[in-house]
Ligand binder design. Structure first.
Ligand code: PXP
Length: 249
């Protein structure tokens, strides 16, 4: 089903961790998400555990396996420590991202050049465990070609540059924003032409989605976190998800 909404719940954990307490409870959030037409949950287990922790991964994976039709995407840096945890889950998809300790959030796509051999080996056990592989990449043909060669099933195109330009220029009609939309569209078509499924993610909002999604065909999944959690403060999680779903319909 194209244009599936997958909700990144990392920042619900950020709020919980701010007080090192038990609320907001992630399972409760998953139950609210289940009552909507969203298709999945995404969590990024970072090396420094700044939001999601190991317990969250195991609890939510178990909950989804037992009683939910939501799919679980495990976002991760390509390290053996995190891979060992991924292998203990039944994640449907593992999205491999670059990760630097000092960054506020993932700041761009992976650079696959020179990492082909390492990543081919790295993803083997994850695929054998029944989890498909996605590489988070910028809209660049060379990176997309390498993602395919390494053995990815999906790519997730990094939309953060587009999101930042949209904020800077305040309108999708201006040339730099148009140029980035074109870059994402061209990369999507190229990836699909070589047999990759395409997801999008980073910085997406109800305002910047419509110009980006116009005439963009066969996107599988949109992974959206910050704006959904931020708007939930005003409108509640369920209403906010519904407003994103309406934009994607
Ligand atoms: N996709 C990937 C690969 C990400 O790293 C992130 C941020 O964790 C997202 C999607 C969600 O981005 P945002 O929180 O800006 O919606």
């Amino acid at each position: 089903m194209p244009n599936e909404l997958h909700i990144n719940i990392d920042h619900i954990a950020t709020v919980r961790n701010a007080r090192r307490t038990i609320e907001p409870d992630l399972i409760q959030a998953v139950k609210i998400i289940e009552a909507t037409q969203a298709k999945g949950i995404t969590m990024h287990l970072r090396e420094d555990r700044r939001h999601i922790n190991d317990r969250d991964i195991y609890d939510i994976d178990a909950y989804i396996q037992k009683s939910s039709k939501l799919s679980f995407t495990f976002e991760m840096g390509a390290t053996d420590e995190i891979k060992a945890i991924c292998l203990k889950t039944k994640a449907k998809l593992a999205t491999i991202v670059p990760e630097k300790r000092e960054e506020l959030t993932t700041e761009g796509g992976l650079n696959l050049i020179g990492q082909e051999k390492y990543l081919k080996e790295f993803i083997k056990a994850i695929k054998d465990n029944g989890t498909q592989i996605s590489f988070f990449v910028d809209p660049i043909e060379e990176q997309i070609t390498l993602a395919k060669e390494i053995g990815a099933n999906f790519i997730e195109i990094h939309t953060g540059t587009y999101a930042n330009l949209f904020i800077k220029y305040g309108s999708a009609s201006l040339e730099p924003v148009q140029a980035e939309i074109a870059r994402i569209h061209d990369a999507t078509k190229f990836a699909q032409s070589i047999g990759l499924k395409v997801n999008l993610g980073h910085g997406l909002t109800v305002n910047n989605l419509p110009p980006l999604m116009q005439n963009l065909k066969n996107i599988q999944e949109l992974h959206i976190g910050h704006s959904i959690i931020a708007n939930s403060i005003y409108y509640g999680l369920e209403n906010t998800i519904k407003s994103f779903l309406a934009v994607l319909a």
